[in-house]
Design a binder for this molecule. Structure first.
Ligand code: PAF
Length: 281
């Protein structure tokens, strides 16, 4: 398994691979790999001839005051995990290779990036869309794999691929959870023991919402109230948003019908977590 740092070299290798007829699967990550990432890698390995994983903590998707400096980094362990999963190649560029002096162009995502996470983190999705556009151009994959945990990110990138005629497909893999239901996230590492216990609030709230919908409730205010009340059992978890939305475009719905997604975000101390659940009403 090779580790490539230079974008030009990466592009040359991936162009040669696709010219020779290989189907390239791509898993973009910021490292600190966990079982969620591994599920994306496994899916790529099962569907594609070569799997390329990028490990790059992208500075442009962090706002001032966010956790860029302390974001978990463990390249050695990531490399071991990638090797175990049959990854062909890791792309691990530096910030200056991705954003050299004079860099000035940005992908500006539209309406989808203004709600939920986009409201809480206004510059975040422009950073994500820009780096993914660059990575897609450098790695030249047939399919790129993303996790459902970042559902809004997935919809924004899907829209970008469509709007900018990028020649690849995006594949969304299900959320991987701890035994008790907590969605895996690199940021779970920040949680103290008591915060970790109360982080279950997110999954519990989503499960309560889903249960109500399955029992026939369609009134969104009632569903949101019930999800909100779950947080009183987990005092360290402070909800930021609890939303019931259309899973195609994330617009809030008043009544559940067709495809619905429940989304929550909460803070535990300084750590902000997100989670979601797709519900077919
Ligand atoms: O989901 C992530 O880890 C990041 O947002 C991504 C897609 C790797 C872009 O930096």
């Amino acid at each position: 398994m090779k580790v490539i740092k230079c974008p030009k070299k990466m592009h040359k290798i991936s162009s040669e691979l696709s010219l020779s007829g290989k189907k390239i699967g791509f898993v973009p990550t910021m490292g600190a790999l966990h079982k969620g990432h591994l599920s994306l890698i496994k899916k790529s390995v099962s569907l594609c001839d070569e799997t390329i994983v990028s490990i790059f903590v992208n500075p442009t998707q962090f706002a001032k005051g966010e956790d860029l400096a302390c974001y978990p980094r463990n390249f050695k362990e990531d490399k071991t995990l990638c090797r175990q999963e049959d990854v062909s190649l890791i792309f691990h560029p530096s910030s200056s290779a991705m954003y050299p002096n004079g860099f000035q162009s940005t992908v500006f995502p539209g309406k989808l990036a203004t709600v939920l996470e986009g409201k809480a983190r206004p510059s975040h999705f422009a950073g994500v869309a820009t780096v993914c556009c660059k990575l897609f151009n450098i790695v030249n994959p047939s399919i790129a794999f993303f996790g459902q945990k970042d559902y809004q990110q997935f919809l924004i990138l899907k829209q970008m691929v469509f709007d900018l005629n990028l020649p690849l497909k995006l594949f969304m893999c299900p959320i991987v959870r701890e035994k008790d239901g907590l969605a895996l996230s690199s940021r779970n590492k920040y949680l103290s023991k008591s915060e970790r216990a109360d982080a279950l609030a997110l999954f519990s709230a989503l499960s309560a919402g889903k249960k109500l919908i399955f029992s026939g409730e369609r009134n969104v205010s009632k569903i949101k109230n019930s999800m909100n009340s779950v947080f009183s059992d987990f005092p360290l978890a402070k909800p930021e948003y609890i939303e019931v939305a259309d899973s195609d475009n994330l617009s809030p719905v008043k009544k559940c019908s067709g495809k619905t997604i429940l989304l929550v975000s909460a803070k535990l101390g300084k750590t902000r977590l997100i989670d979601n659940m797709l519900v077919k009403a």
